[in-house]
Ligand binder design. Structure first.
Ligand code: 13P
Ligand code: SF4
Length: 308
């Protein structure tokens, strides 16, 4: 259902009031709908939001993103109630790594350390040595004390990291369907239409797309870059919600989505109505059993320590 601007504003004001009354913090990933980003206390990339979830003293966190993000917040802050407005908002890439397969992989490479992208389940994190996000993946792989690294689950991010390290990376076969749909042909067409634009893409993109880009950044790094660069026309090769974030962070520039394929259906499941209902009812709650939480926490904490 499409809401009028007036109704959107009224609902956003009600959400803000409810959040203030309950000492609740609303976090939104950079790929969320514009109106959801606008109602949040903080927007950011996976690393920024994980840090805020761990450090902020709020009693309730409403996590507007996908399930692994809310789950990471619950692992980092067990004393907080973590709510996810739509519990079906998952990440198909995270689902591409399952625990039994990781146990088997560890058995095949006993000398390797497992570096796991935050886009993964708590169970997979619990079996891993250290977590990473797209913002710190290169740094983390370079800092682990092993010559061989099993990188789980994103093969595109893993192949990007391999360009910067002499550690041998054993790639998992997962990928983000949204970034994988974005083809080199799509980017060639965007560049043909906008030959004067700078191209920045996310490391979840295919290697041949990355080869055509000027810059490769996590979503948080994209924000920093557009705030600092003199360039005013930028082709953006990541999920379309990013355009709202960039326009708010560095207005007055021309941001062009590199491909119509760059929409993550799961990120779009969160609506203002669902945020309101989650806050009002204080559910659905995301929780992790204590045994698994302890192990997954080690993996997330090591990332926060190693990334400085
Ligand atoms: P970052 O925001 O950490 O760059 O991650 C992108 C992503 O795909 C999250 O699902
Ligand atoms: Fe997962 Fe890709 Fe969607 Fe991010 S954009 S949540 S990696 S499917």
């Amino acid at each position: 259902m499409v809401m009028t601007a007036e109704k959107t504003e009224t609902l956003a004001a009600e959400i803000r009031k409810l959040a203030a009354g309950k000492n609740a913090l609303i976090l939104a990933h950079n790929y969320q709908r514009a109106e959801v980003q606008a109602v949040a206390d903080y927007t950011g990339d996976s690393l920024e939001l994980a840090r805020i979830a761990a450090d902020n003293p709020a009693e309730i966190i409403v996590f507007c993103g996908v399930h692994f993000m809310a789950e990471s917040a619950a692992i980092l802050s067990p004393e907080k109630k973590v709510l996810i407005p739509d519990p079906t908002a998952g990440c198909p890439m995270a689902d591409m790594a399952i625990e039994d397969d990781l146990i088997a992989m560890r058995g095949r490479y006993p000398d390797a350390m497992v570096v796991t992208y935050i886009n993964s389940s708590a169970g997979v994190k619990a079996l891993s040595d250290v977590c990473c996000t797209s913002a710190n993946a290169v740094k983390i792989v370079q800092r682990v004390e092993a010559r061989r690294v099993i990188f789980v689950p994103d093969r595109n991010l893993g192949r990007w990291v391999q360009r910067f390290t002499d550690r041998e990376i054993i790639q998992w076969k997962g990928y983000c369907p949204t970034h994988e749909r974005f083809s080199a042909e799509d980017l060639a067409e965007a560049k043909r239409l906008h030959p004067d634009a700078l191209v920045m893409v996310h490391p979840e993109c295919r290697p041949e797309v990355i080869d055509m880009a000027d810059e490769v950044f996590s979503t948080g790094q994209m924000v920093k870059f557009v705030q600092e660069t003199d360039r005013t026309k930028i082709i953006v090769g990541t999920e379309e919600g990013m355009l709202h974030k960039l326009r708010s962070a560095a207005p007055g520039k021309d941001y062009i989505l590199a491909s119509k394929a760059l929409v993550c259906p799961n990120m779009k499941k969160t609506t203002l109505e669902k945020v309101y209902a989650a806050l009002a009812n204080e559910e659905p709650v995301v929780s992790v059993s204590s045994g698994m939480r302890e192990k997954a926490l080690g993996c997330l904490r090591r990332m926060l320590e190693l990334s400085g």
